[in-house]
Design a binder for this molecule. Structure first.
Ligand SMILES: Nc1ncnc2c1ncn2[C@@H]1O[C@H](COP(=O)(O)OP(=O)(O)OP(=O)(O)O)[C@@H](O)[C@H]1O
Length: 851
């Protein structure tokens, strides 16, 4: 809507000039960012008007006032200048983009000149105060023959893209990278069903952008100098172009931090669906007080290192040589505790070099950021020396750290050690760096010295001992004389103010000196700005080398952190095998951390022959933990980390699939069972001989018979596909499959029923050993676990009696025996339902209504 209409003004009069300017600027902003809120500086406030004022007041809880002239009035809401950052943060969190228009001239009598100085959107902010430490992606999605995704982190300049064959694979990647803002091509945003599905899965800000091929090509050429040949498909070009075009607008033309696009092959890394990322709690715990794998591994010392670790976890390696190279580096660091300690304490002193490099390349870095850059670059020679004779990846890191030309000397020579926050504040450039600046400063100092002496000399000249030379912003410098001495005031003093007991005076030469000081200081400030800009530009010329060094430092940080975790917790280097997974005394890295020495390690063994394990055991015995331990060890191996075990042989898995736990998707309109089945479907379609599949209690979201049928059929399918499968279940009926499927073995988690010491006669409890042993469990102990959980005694004893009765009848029924031999997966839903009713009637004697 045009801004004039948004004003909701009352009255017939023409708009006051300032509101006319507001309307014009708001319309201009709306042409590029239609959804942005314009914050318009008026003195000490950023104001919003009309509908925007109502929206701002509501979102930020501000008081709504009115801007009124003689015959015009419109709602107005404003925030103080000094509170801009915190309010912008809240607006961005509410999914509102912000344009900031600042006054760009000193206040005078007429309408002040204003300019849009910042366009802030969640996916393109670059100021440290609006960013978390993690990556901050803007994403664009387009379709053609498949799906194309472009990801840009403006804060570091990281720019990646990929093509996907299926929407599910695209969604997985998008979920993993947690984009904060997404641009959808019209073929997606214009399709109501697709859009609704997308919004249900990704509650992020959707922003409008051009996906026209011609615009995209132009954006690519302007930013990268050419259209990279790797962007072979139209969809990739459109997605990449849209991201660049939108980011260029929000960065007001400055996208120098983006130098290349990396096209990544989704198939070049281990497939790790989002469901697995969530179930294995890589980045986010499932309970609020829970701990994640990143927490355990995340001993990184720099923000760049933390981002790099997350990137490694999102994309585990498939290439054996690359895995070995990382493992070699981690091993070298675990074997050299002194080197590791020195590297890690050095990293503690490093600032976020990746983001600083990006800020320098866009010529946005503030003085303190340049100083922080220098402090961090100062560490590089030390780091290079520490890495001394290291080979492999660490040698590569050393090379990249030492390849940077010496820019620190230049920064140190030009900048003072503790520069001011802003350029115009003065005191930024070191004395002796710039002759003309030195002259200006010396002259100003001379005038100030004259002023400082003035008080003494005037006291002597006038004989007024209490005479003072002071300064305020209204009169500038003045001479102050108390009432008792007014008669001694010389004739060349001109009175400028009279107070109750004193008077203030000036003199023509005092005015002259003051003007001169102001002129010199303004000239010095301008010159400082020029010198600083020159310095920053000269740094921008090294942006590529800076980004390289930043990448190397992040990598060193991750390797050192992985080595530290390994050394501290007794993890061992895994051996890459050509088939078997053999873990001896493996531990779950996160659960072990919380249980300390009480964690019971277990062995895992899968190979091309013994390729599936069916794990049974009581509730709470440790089945899920066992499954997750295996998956996490596989994942750790492929990011190049040591693993928590006494011995580990692991193949290179092409994917880790998991189906664990219950979750529903109410927003997406899918029930718990539907979510479970959709995830299972994706696994069954995607799992290969080289995949690791973790299934925990498949089929429990529906009736027993349906669930059992589905679980068996899924297990048979995975067995035939040859995937390494760990399958935990409470369906004891499935354990008989061991004799039918040659690659399947039964294991169970040991537990024992014991007489309770203090319990009533006959009352029994359960001891968990958390030990995985061969064979199938004998029973589920569900009622005992319910007792442990605190169900009322009456309920648990009634449940125990029912269980005995059902068991006695069920064990004998003809149908139960028949069921054991049936291929349940072949049943139609109607047959299954019919069986269920007959079985219920036989087991419980209850009549059920026929369908
Ligand atoms: N190996 C172990 N050593 C010590 N404690 C363990 C071990 N494994 C699991 N536990 C403890 O037992 C708890 C339950 O484990 P887990 O969720 O793996 O059991 P489960 O058999 O999958 O249960 P359910 O069938 O009810 O889902 C864990 O939270 C942990 O505290």
């Amino acid at each position: 809507m045009r801004a004039q209409n948004v004003l909701k003004g009352t009255g017939s009069g023409a708009l006051p000039p300032m509101l006319e300017q507001y309307v014009r600027m708001r319309d201009e902003v709306a042409e590029t960012l239609p959804h942005a809120l314009l914050l318009f500086q008026v003195g000490d406030f950023y104001e919003t008007f009309g509908e925007d004022a109502e929206r701002t007041a509501r979102l930020l809880g501000l008081a709504l006032t009115h801007k009124s002239s003689r015959d015009f009035s419109t709602p107005m809401a404003g925030i103080p200048l000094r509170a801009l950052d915190s309010h912008v943060e809240r607006l961005l969190a509410c999914g509102v983009c912000v344009a900031v228009a600042d006054q760009v001239e000193e206040p005078g009598s007429g309408l002040m000149d204003r300019r849009v100085t910042q366009l802030l959107t969640p996916g393109t902010v670059t100021e440290e105060r609006h960013l978390g430490a993690d990556e901050n992606y803007l994403a664009a999605v387009a379709t053609g023959d498949g799906y194309a995704l472009a990801l840009l982190d403006v804060s570091t300049g990281e720019f990646r893209c990929a093509a996907f064959h299926t929407r599910l694979a695209l969604y997985d990647e998008l979920a993993r990278c947690r984009a904060r803002e997404v641009l959808l091509a019209p073929e997606l945003s214009g399709n109501a069903a697709l859009l609704a599905d997308f919004q249900a899965r990704f509650p992020v800000m959707l922003s409008p952008a051009s996906f026209e091929e011609a615009d995209a090509l132009e954006s690519l050429r302007v930013t990268l100098g050419e259209v990279p040949p790797s962007l072979a498909s139209g969809a990739l070009r459109r997605a990449c172009g849209a991201v660049l075009g939108y980011a260029r607008v929000t960065q007001q033309g400055r996208l120098d931090m983006v130098r290349r696009v990396v096209r990544f092959e989704p198939g070049a890394h281990m497939r790790l669906p989002d469901a697995a990322v969530r179930a294995l709690e890589l980045f986010q715990a499932q309970s609020p007080q829970g701990c994640t794998l990143t927490d355990v591994l995340g001993q990184t010392r720099t923000a760049g290192g933390r981002r790099r670790l997350r990137a490694w976890l999102r994309a585990p390696l498939l290439d054996e040589l690359s895995i070995r190279a990382r493992l070699d580096a981690v091993e070298a660091l675990t074997r050299a505790p002194d080197l590791r300690g020195a590297v890690r304490s050095l990293l503690y002193r490093a600032h976020d070099l990746e983001r600083l490099a990006a800020r320098v390349s866009t010529r946005r870095a503030a003085p303190r950021e340049v100083a922080a850059l220098a402090r961090t670059l100062d560490l590089l020679p030390e780091a290079t020396e520490l890495l001394g004779a290291q080979g492999g990846l660490l040698g590569g890191v050393r090379e990249r750290l030492s390849a940077l030309p010496d820019v620190v000397t230049r920064i140190r020579a030009a900048l003072v050690d503790e520069p001011p926050i802003r350029v115009g504040e003065g005191g930024l450039i070191r004395d002796g760096f710039h002759a003309e600046l030195d002259e200006l400063r010396a002259a100003a100092i001379g005038h100030r010295a004259w002023l400082a002496d003035l008080e003494v000399s005037e006291r002597q000249r006038t004989g007024i001992g209490s005479l003072k030379v002071s300064y305020n912003s209204v009169f500038g410098y003045y001479l102050e004389v108390t009432g008792a001495h007014l008669s001694k005031v010389p004739a060349d003093y001109r009175q400028v103010a009279t107070l109750k007991d004193r008077a203030r005076f000036t003199r023509p030469d005092l005015r002259e000196r003051e003007r001169e000081i102001a002129r010199l200081e303004a000239a010095a400030s301008r010159l400082e700005q020029e010198v600083f800009t020159e310095l920053r530009d000269s740094l921008a010329a090294h942006a590529e080398a800076l980004a390289d060094a930043a990448g190397a430092l992040s990598e060193l940080d991750v390797l050192a952190a992985l080595a530290d975790v390994a050394a501290e917790h007794g993890w061992i280097r895994p051996v890459t095998s050509d088939g078997p997974m053999r873990l001896v005394q493996a531990r779950h890295p996160v659960v072990e951390r919380s249980l300390g020495g009480r964690f019971v390690p277990n062995d895992v063994h899968l190979d091309p022959i013994r390729r599936a394990v069916l794990l049974t055991g009581p509730n709470m015995a440790g089945k899920s933990t066992y499954l997750r331990t295996a998956a996490l060890c596989a994942l750790l191996h492929q990011i190049g980390s040591f693993v928590p075990a006494d011995h580990a042989e692991l193949p290179v898995y092409d994917a880790v699939h998991t189906r664990i736990g219950a979750s529903d998707d109410l927003a997406g309109g899918r029930s718990t069972f539907m979510v479970e089945m959709s995830e299972l479907a994706a696994i069954l379609h995607g799992a290969t001989r080289a995949s690791l599949v973790i299934l925990d209690e498949i089929g429990r979201g529906t009736s027993t018979l349906d669930g059992l049928a589905i679980a068996q059929a899924a297990l048979e399918h995975l067995h035939a596909a040859g995937a390494h499968t760990l399958f935990a279940t409470h369906y004891f009926e499935l354990t008989r499959l061991e004799s039918e499927l040659p690659g399947l073995v039964n294991l169970h988690v040991a537990a024992e029923e014991v007489q309770l010491e203090n319990g009533a006669a006959g009352s029994r409890g359960l001891t968990f050993y958390h030990q995985v042993v061969p064979g199938a469990a004998r029973q589920s102990y569900g009622v005992e676990v319910a007792r442990l959980a605190g169900l009322p005694g009456g309920v648990t004893s009634r449940a125990a009696r029912l269980l005995t009765a059902l068991g006695a009848q069920g064990a004998d029924t003809r149908l139960t025996r028949q069921l054991a031999t049936l291929d349940l997966a072949r049943l139609t839903p109607m047959q299954a339902l019919d069986l269920l009713h007959r079985w219920q009637r036989e087991v419980t004697g209850a009549e059920t209504t026929s369908p």
